[in-house]
Design a protein around this ligand. Structure first.
Ligand code: HEC
Length: 473
């Protein structure tokens, strides 16, 4: 690509917040709410069927009690946080969103259509469900649930593609990208999770319904527990997912990165507790679950979802779309070009605080940081560069930053000229020195040969995690 044609979007400064965490933080609420809305639809269908076939007379009370409000609430808040996700994601990485929309335009349109059907069916049930005949109620609920599940089906393909683009990387086909290697395991896993979440929330609601006596509650809880039965298969879906994701991604989550490993452990631990309780306690021994325990399990389910989402987003590093786009919105092909022409040479956006830097070299360094590092690092806040490099000498910084992809293979290669590398190093050194007003630029031309040598040695290819692992003490 002609580097002057490379699209520069404005890059937002989130201060001490890590941009990935801004998306992830909202994402976990969105996923949890949306999955509850999907499982909730299935649960409403089940209870409607139990009520109309006379198997469970109290089921109707439950549906018309709070549960339908909860489902409505979750799809309203799920939809709002979903819009919020678009908004945040566009602030953080317009290039990624652009690629997702460009490649899957019609899939998004289909997804949106299903979502619209879900909203209309859900609202119709909420508003008119009371006056409808049983068969019509069940039909409406079935439409709601199917539409909700299908909106997961469509979204899931696109999200899974980001981590495992599969044959899309070879043929660029929409369906090759959509039905990618992690499509089925993540769809099945999410379906089981949705059902479990709805079953657990139902247990909380049933306990809170004062109009039911103990025997009724007990029966309803055992019916709701059916939705947790698919949890037995979750370890299989989870293992299948781990088996198809790239080796390096798997290695981050299984010991390679402390944070990712902790999140995965939390997610697995919480799921095992819930699954154990649901399968052994509720389904096998037919125990009663009280409101407090049910609430605790819902909280654990939230922890499990949150951990799982962080791992899924985190192990994609250094890419937002594996092999096609690095997290800092530079494509792998452009790295070599930017080494020649510079990553910010054509960047049209000036620094907002240009006067805060005593020299031009520092201003250049700050621009390079903004372009290449700020998506994953803050200056002194979360994953702050001053904390990470505080104990390094300037020459160590030159080496480690020129070798970024080898320093930690979940970082993309450095994509700039020797002068940009030196400017970045100097700017970090200046930040480390607490931003003194007096600062002398380094002599880039004297260092040029050494910097070129470092960059050539690092190469422009992504890091090799096998090599990295072998070199670890
Ligand atoms: C894809 C996200 C990402 C990008 C882009 C990125 N980094 Fe990192 N970087 C990380 C993560 C995650 C760590 C690990 C932090 C830790 O170990 O706690 C890290 C670690 C580091 C470290 C410490 C390495 C060590 O061995 O202790 C330095 C220095 C660093 N990054 C500098 C940079 C610079 C400079 C840039 C831009 C040229 C950059 N990073 C771009 C994600 C990224």
């Amino acid at each position: 690509m002609d580097p002057t044609q490379f699209p520069y979007y404005p890059i937002n400064d989130f201060g001490p917040v890590m941009k990935g965490l801004a998306i992830g933080g909202l994402g976990i609420f969105h996923v949890f709410l949306a999955q509850f809305a999907i499982g909730g639809g299935l649960l409403l269908c089940l209870f409607q069927w139990l009520a109309m076939t006379g198997r469970e007379p109290a089921a109707r009370l439950f549906i018309d009690g709070y549960f339908k409000f909860l489902v409505l609430l979750s799809f309203v808040t799920g939809a709002l946080t979903g819009v919020g996700m678009w908004f945040t994601a566009i602030q953080v990485s317009p290039e990624t969103i652009g690629l997702m929309v460009g490649e899957f335009h019609w899939i998004w349109a289909i997804e949106w259509t299903f979502f619209a059907v879900e909203v209309i069916a859900g609202y119709a049930f909420y508003r008119y469900g009371h006056d409808l005949r049983d068969a019509a109620r069940l039909q409406l609920l079935a439409i709601y649930s199917l539409a909700a599940w299908f909106s997961l089906f469509w979204i899931n393909g696109i999200l899974a593609w980001q981590l495992t683009p599969g044959d899309w990387a070879v043929d660029g086909g929409v369906w090759s990208g959509f039905f990618n290697p992690s499509f089925w395991p993540s769809l099945l896993f999410r379906t089981a999770a949705s059902m479990a979440i709805a079953g657990l929330v139902a247990c909380v609601v049933i306990n809170a319904m004062g109009s039911l006596d103990y025997a009724m509650r007990r029966r309803l809880i055992h019916r709701a527990a059916w939705l947790m039965a698919p949890m037995v298969a979750m370890p299989v879906f989870g293992a299948w997912f781990l088996a198809v994701i790239p080796d390096d991604s798997r290695s981050w989550a299984t010991g390679g990165s402390i944070a990712m490993t902790m999140f995965l452990t939390a997610a697995v631990g919480a799921s095992v507790l819930i699954g154990g309780y649901a399968l052994v306690g509720l389904l096998r021994q037919r125990l009663y679950i009280n409101g407090a325990t049910a609430t605790l399990l819902v909280v654990l389910a939230f922890v499990a979802s949150a951990g799982g989402e962080f791992v899924r987003e985190g192990v994609r590093k250094p890419y937002t779309v594996r092999g096609a786009l690095y997290s800092n919105s530079i494509t792998p092909e452009l790295v070599a070009t930017f080494r020649e022409v510079g990553s910010v040479t054509h960047d049209p956006y000036p620094l907002r605080d240009a006067d805060a830097y005593p020299t031009d070299q520092l201003r250049l360094g700050r621009l390079v940081y903004r372009r290449q590092c700020s998506v994953c690092h803050s200056v002194s806040g979360a994953n702050g560069l001053t904390h990470l490099t505080g104990s390094w000498t300037t020459d160590q910084m030159r080496f480690n930053i020129s070798h970024l992809q080898h320093t930690k293979p979940f970082m993309p290669p450095f994509a700039g000229t020797p002068a940009e590398l030196e400017a970045l190093v100097q700017w970090i050194a200046w930040e480390n020195a607490a931003r003194p007003a007096d600062w002398t630029d380094s002599d880039t031309s004297a260092l040029d040969a050494r910097l070129r040598e470092l960059l050539a040695d690092a190469g422009t290819r992504p890091g090799d995690f096998e090599r990295h692992r072998a070199e670890q003490p």
